[in-house]
Design a protein around this ligand. Sequence first.
Ligand code: KG4
Ligand code: ZN
Length: 333
Amino acid sequence: MVTLGIESSCDDCAAAIVQEGKHILSHVIHSQFDTHHPYGGVVPELASRNHLEKIIPVIEKAMNDARLGWNDLEGIAVTYGPGLIGSLLVGLSAAKALSFSLDIPFCGINHLEGHLLAIQLENPTLAFPFIGLIVSGGHTSLYQVEGFGNYRLLGQTRDDAAGEAFDKVAKLLHLGYPGGITVDRLAKEGDPQFFDFPRAMTTSTSLDFSFSGLKTAVRYFVERKGEAFSKAHLSDLLASFQEAVVDCLLIKLSQAAEMTKIKTIVICGGVAANKRLRLRTAEMVKEKGLEIHFPSPYLCTDNAAMIASVGYHYLRQGRSSPLTLNAEANLIL
Ligand code: KG4
Ligand code: ZN
């Protein structure tokens, strides 16, 4: 089955063609970085307008790159939540229009399910169950993944997402938006033990996270020591902040593995591209006899291939969505 995936939940307009749920024939992403960068964050109204301009060219490029004609498509998978409502509606409307005009089924996909199962594209034989950690700009959620459509939420952030903390700290230090990748790069040269930032929730048995106190602690540090000092020790400051985030994530992953007795861990979402997180996780799993899988960085951040892949599994079972399906900003998994 040849599936077209469409993803427009936030600030990336993406389309991909995936065969049999695992062979990526093409994948196209139009980033709205230039649109939102001057504002230091995503402006929802600008995001939906930009999606409206780009959605057709992005889908056409995915079709051309895969060297396919419209009649080669057998199904469509589209993100219908969670995300920005105006952005979601653009992708969903495009999917419905194509589904209706080509007379092929479409399936609405939960964006979080796409992230959790993105690993299947590169590792289709990975066995269930596994512990899946989604760490992105909007979510920090820990799931027990038993199979397609079978997820148990083990814990989630009570305030900011990990990626949001990266972005807010980067903004505070005038490093641009989104800041995760810049923090990752600059922290490489720094000393993670330079300052001992708080690790919230780590002594609790709950598998929830909290990152807003950490972000505030960085702000207080900068206010107390002054901008000049913080700039002079930028790499050390960022490395110490990053180390606190990584510690929080690893402590909960380790607790989850102990509680569930599941030995396989998958980390996905934009923050999964973080180099320090990858290194420290590799050390942790070695020490504890666990197994870790990270999707490639381009499959960690928002993309349409992960949506097409999940959609394939549902469409193959005959599970499609009605044309009345609506976008849901706060869809949960
Ligand atoms: O999954 P994603 O592309 O979009 C959401 O669904 O949120 O994740 C974007 C988030 C942003 O907060 C970004 O700063 C963060 O992922 N991010 C990183 C890195 N690359 C992206 N955070 C830390 N280190 C990175 N290398
Ligand atoms: Zn995402």
